[in-house]
Design a protein around this ligand. Structure first.
Ligand SMILES: Nc1ncnc2c1ncn2[C@@H]1O[C@H](COP(=O)(O)OP(=O)(O)O)[C@@H](O)[C@H]1O
Ligand SMILES: [Mg+2]
Length: 340
């Protein structure tokens, strides 16, 4: 388990002080694929670099399997770094070395024998599907192939934690999918814990089981990927989801004066029940359906519906209560364009 406690990091540069991380708390369980999403400059790279002490935190601690990495001596740091592989947007391969020599590099540094290195490199190139490229140089590879070599290299010394800093941001959508599928397989087969930072919600949706949203150095929301997609609560999260959410983009002409708009979220249990028609049958209210969609994240479905409700305020309140009793999450929708 990786536990980040009250972690802060400030930089002093010529323009003064930058508080890149402010009191970050996160718990990453063994075997998680933990996503951290944020805009450019939010502090993602700084955070991930604190986990292997490429960056020295200003305050707080990082515990890996209950060991505070801030208290390790140099030898212990090297040992823990060997457990932690890292991949980057720009691949960072050694251009004068071919694929197998790139993968061999961390093994050479760790004093593996020649035979061990050969066997391990073969095994890893097989794992990432590049056996036939062992003698190719980075310049002869596509972006996706380069990232596969980088993944093999990151795992070479039997790492059990993989840090990914925007690992798919330089790749086209179909290559991104294939790299994410490889990461998922590595996670599943070897139980490797993956921490993945990105500015793309699609990446989170595709493979992460948990996610934290970081904004201006602070974690503003965290939870399971399903919770975050189905019931985002922070404005930044909603903005990341905006292409798929119903807010912000919605423009609508009121059908009844005095009507209010509500956004309903149906989670698994309620997604397939006819609660709206039951509600209209029971109560003396008018309901217009304005927008809606059904989505699924990691095999679980949820739906959002925007409805306009009008009627006597007491009855409207009862109707909304009826929805809540039936496990529908109800919010007043504020963020839309009213076209009178
Ligand atoms: N070495 C540094 N010196 C000064 N400021 C830095 C340094 N590294 C990062 N920062 C600042 O810290 C903030 C977070 O940066 P970073 O972690 O790279 O964000 P992200 O990876 O989310 O784009 C930014 O304002 C950035 O300018
Ligand atoms: Mg970054």
């Amino acid at each position: 388990m990786i536990e980040i406690r009250n972690l802060s990091k400030s930089f002093i540069d010529k323009n003064g002080r930058v508080d890149a991380l402010k009191n970050i708390n996160l718990q990453i369980e063994k075997g998680d694929i933990y996503g951290i999403i944020g805009l450019s400059g939010a502090g993602k790279s700084t955070l991930i670099r604190c986990i292997n002490r490429l960056e020295e935190p200003s305050a707080g601690s990082v515990l890996i399997d209950d060991k505070d990495i801030m208290k390790l001596n140099n030898e212990e740091i090297l040992k823990i770094r060997r457990r932690i592989g890292m991949i980057f947007q720009s691949f960072n391969l050694l251009s004068r070395r071919d694929c197998s020599q790139n993968v061999a590099f961390p093994l050479e540094v760790s004093n593996y024998s020649k035979e061990e290195i050969k066997a391990r490199v073969n095994e890893l190139l097989g794992l990432v599907g590049l056996e036939d490229k062992r003698h190719s140089y980075p310049s002869q590879l596509s972006g996706g192939q380069k990232q596969r070599v980088a993944i093999a290299r990151a795992l070479a010394a039997k790492s059990d934690i993989l840090l990914c800093d925007e690992a798919t941001s330089a790749l086209d959508p179909s290559t991104t999918k294939s790299i994410l599928a490889l990461l998922k397989e590595i996670n599943k087969v070897f139980g490797i814990t993956i921490i993945l930072i990105t500015h793309q919600m699609e990446v989170i949706k595709e493979i992460c089981n948990k996610v934290a949203v970081i904004s201006e150095g602070e974690i503003v929301e965290q939870g399971t990927t399903f919770e975050l997609f189905s019931k985002p609560s922070h404005a930044v999260t909603k903005r990341f989801l905006s292409d798929k959410s119903l807010e912000g983009t919605l423009s609508y002409t009121p059908q009844n004066s005095g009507a209010e708009l509500y956004k309903l979220t149906f989670l698994e249990e309620s997604a397939h029940k006819p609660v709206i028609s039951q509600m209209v049958k029971r109560m003396d209210i008018e309901v217009n359906i304005i927008a809606g969609h059904l989505s699924s994240v990691q095999g679980k479905s949820y739906g959002n519906l925007v409805i306009e409700v009008s009627g006597e305020s007491k009855i409207v309140a009862e109707a909304l209560e009826y929805l809540r009793e039936n496990k529908v999450f109800v919010e007043v929708l504020a963020d839309y364009e009213r076209v009178e």
